[in-house]
Design a protein around this ligand. Structure first.
Ligand code: MG
Length: 236
């Protein structure tokens, strides 16, 4: 194995339990906006939200849509399913603001995240958060889950001007971190943005296989695959 000195670590759903926290935040949003008026079965709303969210994030990563479009549209679509509603952009934005507030105040992390980061820090790795998440919420999440101090650098796509997996994002990440390609390992849960992005840029990549992705989907296999965060401590 190479002697890695720098780790580019994805944040959402790699360290931070973004999905779990958002499930709770979505039900809080549902209550605050009394959406039971339109959705007698809340699950109908949740399912429509998640379907829209996955589609929109995929398009956002490719640079096809803007952040402003994403945050409105992921609420507009499920709400439009309740046909008698007059859905304004303002209403969707209000809902989005509350939802993001609820999300970013949650401390929930993936099992083993704190233990892993303490281990990596003790081993002397320099750690750089590399994330497509929104600027205003990523710092709140970092504080809420108490992982901020482990990172030397916080690299966000909104600051980079482009998203993972684009090479421009990685150019920016190397410039900001001062890391070198040969001694850097990318760790993340997303096959496209984290793993294929890193590998095609020419850096090693470790897939945290949170979503049981079939390893055969990769044109170039990830350097490492782990199924839980604690397994990383046996490798690094
Ligand atoms: Mg992620």
């Amino acid at each position: 194995m190479k002697n890695y000195t720098d780790l580019f670590i994805d944040f959402d759903d790699t360290l931070y339990d973004t999905h779990g926290n958002a499930v709770i935040a979505l039900s809080e949003t549902f209550e605050v906006f009394h959406l039971e008026r339109y959705f007698p079965d809340p699950q109908v709303f949740y399912d429509a939200y998640w379907q829209a969210n996955i589609d929109l994030w995929t398009r956002y990563s490719k640079g096809e849509i803007t952040r402003d479009y994403l945050i409105v549209e992921r609420f507009r679509r499920p709400l439009s399913a309740a046909s008698d509603l007059d859905i304004t952009e303002r209403y969707c934005l209000e809902m989005s603001d509350r939802f993001l507030d609820f999300c970013s105040s949650k401390p929930g992390v993936i099992e083993g995240a704190h233990q892993l980061m303490a281990h990596l820090k003790a081993k002397g790795y320099r750690m750089h958060m590399t994330s497509n998440g929104f600027h205003e919420v990523q710092y709140k999440k970092l504080e809420a889950c108490r992982l901020r101090d482990y990172f030397s650098t916080i690299i966000l796509s909104e600051d980079a001007g482009s998203n993972k997996p684009s090479p421009q994002f990685f150019d920016y990440a190397f410039k900001q971190s001062g890391a070198r390609r040969e001694t850097t390992l990318m760790i993340g849960d997303n096959p496209q943005t984290d793993i294929m992005g890193a590998l095609s840029y020419g850096i090693d990549a470790m897939l945290f296989n949170r979503w049981d992705v079939d390893p055969d989907i990769f044109p170039q296999p990830p350097t490492f695959i782990v199924n839980n965060l604690i397994d990383i401590t046996t490798i690094l």
